[in-house]
Design a binder for this molecule. Structure first.
Ligand SMILES: Cc1ncc(COP(=O)(O)O)c(C=O)c1O
Length: 462
């Protein structure tokens, strides 16, 4: 029986285009590899089978495969057939692949992620073993919706020591990432009758959407050289802020404004939601302590493992004012959606000192990257200005007016994923738009870092 797609076990959707079958098939396959539709290592059908599927001569397919092996897109080995090469594909310099081709970028400098390759796997596994071994069997039940007591106690110790948070384990609620915590708070605020939450002019739209989905209206506060201006808080019942390190502008909230926010909350009964997403990473001076320390009765402190460890853990924590912890835990729906084993592991990771060791080691590596980034931009792209460098895993790269979109587009064509400031700007922000890039230097693994930096410098206006 002739081999066909039905008996081969390998389906390949490919549509040769353009004049000439060999050229059309070569182009279509190259495009499929470059776009990531055919992942590295994917085995292709034999030339005989694909020829039968497409109704073309076997030699045409064999020639197209041979062309792509010669170009470095495919490998052919006796016994294992023809496969897509096992590496990320960087488009040759000087060529401008079709924008659609770059669904899987060669380099990634988007903010939001730490270097996932440096996740402390061995230490985490040790902590998992110890945490589970020491836990009573009751720990594996439904448990307290606020989260495991071991983790809440460990967090209370760490947060008061390292972040100046006034933390009582009874008022800590573990959540599945900051986003989950914000959702719970949105539910609580709405149930308490709140209608409006003030947010910063710059921030993540996903967080605004979470509040909107809870039935709350978001209104942007102005931003100036002292950071977010709390002057416009009058109509809000709550405010969401990133006081230690404004995301993404990178500045701390000025001390007068920290006091003004705490005063507003005390005066009006308003609630401050403090997003301390990357408080562990500060390079040039002592960390800015948590705003919550000023008034633990009016500030909800939110921290996350997404920058210090990995976002995939989906582990975060809230320290809440009296009364609110029960409401937030109830908003979880009675059962804690956060897995017990990860909570026990993080508790052990914190109390054993592994968390501090990991943060200190990564802080040093990120600091070196930041220094390299600042030096490279100064040397190779003097028209761009790097700001917000004292902390965190990203910087703001200010660009000449009117150039943000074209720089992001040029990066896209080169296989470099990059975000402009526009996507982090509240649609109703009162300020004039600023042209800038939000460069996440924590994202690439070590082996891709210098390539990513080169790609960035290549697209910046010189
Ligand atoms: C401003 C800000 N807040 C919070 C987070 C953390 O979110 P989560 O814990 O949901 O991963 C991030 C992560 O990128 C962030 O940029």
């Amino acid at each position: 029986m002739a081999e066909s797609w039905a008996t081969l076990g390998i389906d390949l959707l490919v549509e040769p285009t353009g004049p000439g079958l060999r050229r059309g098939l070569t182009d279509a396959l190259r495009e499929a590899v470059r776009s990531g539709r055919l992942a590295p290592g994917t085995r292709l059908p034999s030339s005989r089978a694909l020829a039968a599927d497409l109704g073309i001569a076997r030699n045409t397919v064999a020639d197209a495969y041979a062309d792509l092996v010669a170009e470095g897109w495919l490998t052919a080995r006796q016994g294992s057939g023809t496969r897509v090469v096992e590496r990320e594909v960087v488009p040759p310099s000087g060529t401008a692949p079709h924008p659609r081709a770059l669904t899987r970028p060669a380099y990634d400098l988007r903010p939001g992620s730490p270097d996932l390759a440096s996740f402390p796997r061995a230490e985490w596994l040790k902590a998992a073993r110890r945490g589970l071994t020491a836990a009573p069997y009751q720990a594996l039940g439904y448990g307290d919706p606020r989260g495991r007591p071991e983790l809440r106690a460990a967090l209370a110790g760490y947060l008061s020591r390292a972040r100046g948070v006034r933390a009582d384990p009874e008022r800590i609620v573990v959540c599945a990432g900051f986003a989950h915590g914000l959702k719970l708070l949105g539910t609580v605020l709405r149930a308490r009758g709140a209608r409006t939450v003030a947010v910063e002019s710059y921030g993540l739209d996903v967080h605004r959407r979470i509040l909107t989905a809870s039935g709350l209206h978001t209104t942007p506060l102005p931003f100036d050289r002292l950071g977010t201006d709390p002057g416009g808080l009058a109509d809000a019942e709550a405010v969401l802020l990133t006081p230690a390190h404004q995301f993404p502008m990178g500045v701390p909230l000025h001390r007068d404004r920290r006091t003004a926010v705490a005063d507003w909350a005390r005066r009006t009964g308003g609630l401050v939601l403090e997003d301390d997403y990357d408080g562990e990473f500060r390079y040039d001076r002592q960390p800015v302590g948590a705003l919550q320390g000023l008034d633990p009765d009016r500030v909800v402190y939110l921290g996350t493992a997404s920058k210090s460890l990995a976002p995939g853990l989906r582990l975060a924590w809230m320290v809440l004012p009296p009364g609110l912890a029960e409401e937030a835990a109830a908003a979880k729906g009675g059962v804690d959606p956060c897995g017990v084993l990860d909570q026990l592991t993080l508790a052990e990771f914190l109390t054993s000192g592994a968390y501090d060791r990991h943060v200190r080691a990564t802080r040093l590596r990120y600091r070196r990257r930041r220094d390299a980034l600042v030096a490279a931009v100064a040397a190779r792209a003097p028209e761009a200005r790097v700001t917000g460098i004292a902390a965190g895993l990203h910087v703001l790269l200010r660009l000449p007016p009117g150039t943000e979109q074209s720089v992001v587009q040029a990066a896209h064509w080169r296989g470099l994923a990059l975000h402009g400031l526009a996507r982090y700007t509240h649609p109703d922000a009162p300020a004039e738009p600023v042209d800038a890039l939000v460069v996440g230097y924590g994202t690439p693994p070590d082996h891709a870092w210098s390539g990513a930096l080169d790609a960035l410098c290549a697209v910046l206006p010189g």
